[in-house]
Design a protein around this ligand. Structure first.
Ligand SMILES: N[C@@H](CCC(=O)N[C@@H](CS)C(=O)NCC(=O)O)C(=O)O
Length: 209
């Protein structure tokens, strides 16, 4: 087995587990329970000094690669396997633009909204409104895009893979997909892919509580 995946039942981890499943790769799963702070164990910090998951160790090439940051892992796997990231300039630009929206807006904004709406000991209204508003704005632009395109880029790509596990947590950011019907249609469409269903269940039995 050449691939070692470190993750938990989290949206950023599920990006990578979905990609591994989409590519049909065999990989070893190392559960890292972030609620028990296992991300700060010395063996995890040795792989990612930031103490965050997902992490992928890829020993399939001439040199072993240690990758962290879900976006870097998705791009690496897509390029290595020639799938889910087009090579033609216009199509590639389309996929990368939407990938960056998922990586830098949809994911982090939803994570922050979750903090302020559910996790924080204090929930100041100004913080809740600000972060929920940021998510609502990105949902609107995703909805507009998906009203004219089946996927974020021309074909199913790592942009969709990066976005899906965060839209699966729309309740974290007090969003209803009824308000964004094209995003709702995309969510059902992508969520019916067998690899997505499998990837969302890795690591088996993990729960983010
Ligand atoms: N930008 C990073 C974010 C990684 C991240 O924040 N992962 C979360 C789980 S989704 C984590 O490890 N949280 C534990 C912590 O920050 O200590 C990525 O996309 O991989």
């Amino acid at each position: 087995m050449m691939l070692d995946f470190y993750g938990w039942a989290t949206p950023n981890s599920n990006r990578v587990s979905i990609m591994l499943e989409e590519l049909g790769l065999s990989y070893r799963v190392h559960p890292v329970n972030i609620r028990r702070r296992e991300q700060f164990a010395p063996e995890i910090l040795a792989l990612n000094p930031y103490g965050k998951i997902p992490i992928l160790v890829d020993a399939s090439g001439p040199e072993t690669l240690v990758l962290f940051e879900s976006g870097a892992i998705l791009i690496h796997l897509a390029e290595q396997h020639g799938q889910f990231l087009p090579t033609r300039p216009r199509e590639r630009a389309e996929a990368l633009k939407w990938l960056m929206v998922a990586l830098t807006s949809a994911g982090p904004f939803t994570g922050q909204a979750h903090h302020w709406t559910e996790l924080a000991a204090e929930r100041p209204e100004v913080a809740v409104r600000h972060h929920v508003g940021l998510v609502a704005r990105v949902y609107r632009v995703l909805d507009q895009r998906l009203a004219v395109s089946r996927y974020l880029a021309d074909d199913y790509s790592i942009a969709d893979i990066a976005l899906y596990p965060w839209i699966a947590r729309h309740l974290w950011a007090a969003q209803s997909l009824d308000d964004t019907p094209a995003l709702g249609r995309w969510y059902e469409d992508v969520g019916a892919r067998p690899a997505v269903i499998r990837g969302m269940q890795v690591p088996a039995g993990a729960k983010l509580e």
